[in-house]
Design a protein. Structure first.
Length: 256
């Protein structure tokens, strides 16, 4: 079985695949201070009972990736390991000014989006994580670039820190857009505000794609905070919570 690990700035998502079927997945917090031994205690407890024969990893946190390399050297040295980094075959041409700037997770998501939805034309992946990433994929599976915006939780935290009379609230859809109290007003501004931001960006990107490719894109939502906005934003077509894990599996297969 293949263990896939997606290390993000806020959370790490792990999944175990049996061929192309995701058997189970977990979401844990990312702590850049964790040592290889601490990571091993956590990961091994989660995958206990699974016969791990391969590992695929992408990480946006260098400190954690360094410790994961130590973990692999000690505990998984005899199995095939794929780390998304320069030199790994991804099958995703990067049509941007500086390909080295592109995060591994954005490349992985692009491959998964093209594999799942590429027959329908271009695609836009909206990844709701620490930042909100909009990644644009051509009908040929090329990464064309995208847009980056502050994530939902970052914005809420910043508002609570900088405004003396405001505080963090539970991120749920309020009863109405017009909040009747401070909590509802904050929830409305967060949920509907970010939905409007996504709709505005997706609409503008879609206009450019339709001019270039004569086709409207498929818009895929993913990431830990996607359920907050999916169903509220009008431009999101699909919700695929395991998009990054699927992309890791696909790249591992390419390199095996």
């Amino acid at each position: 079985m293949l263990l896939t690990i997606d290390v993000g700035n806020t959370n790490t998502v792990l999944g175990v695949f049996n061929k192309d079927k995701l058997e189970q997945s977990w979401r844990v917090k990312t702590d850049p201070r964790d040592t290889a031994d601490e990571l091993w205690l956590q990961y091994s407890a989660l995958v206990e009972g699974f016969d791990i024969t391969g590992v695929a990893i992408c990480s946006t946190v260098p400190a954690v990736l360094r410790e994961i390399r130590k973990l692999l050297d000690e505990h998984y040295q005899d199995i095939k390991t794929t780390i998304i980094e320069p030199g790994v075959k991804t099958g995703v041409p990067l049509l941007v000014d500086n390909p080295k700037e592109i995060g591994a997770d954005r490349i992985v998501n692009s491959l998964a989006a093209f594999t799942l939805y590429g027959s329908d034309g271009p695609a836009i992946v909206v990844d709701f994580g620490t930042s909100t990433n909009l990644d644009v994929v051509s009908p040929k599976g090329e990464f064309l670039g995208g847009a980056l915006a502050p994530g939902i939780e970052i914005s809420v935290d910043a508002l609570a820190q900088r405004a003396a009379q405001l505080r963090k609230v539970e991120l749920i859809k309020p009863k109405s857009v017009i909040g009747k109290n401070t909590v509802e007003a904050l929830q409305s501004g967060t949920i509907y505000g970010f939905a409007g931001q996504v709709d505005g960006l997706v609409s503008r990107i879609s206009e450019e794609l339709e001019v270039q490719f004569k086709e409207a894109p498929t818009v895929i939502a993913t990431g830990g905070l996607a359920p907050l906005i999916f169903g509220v934003a009008d431009t999101l077509d699909e919700y695929e919570p395991d998009l990054t894990l699927i992309g890791l599996r696909l790249i591992h297969e390419r390199n095996s």
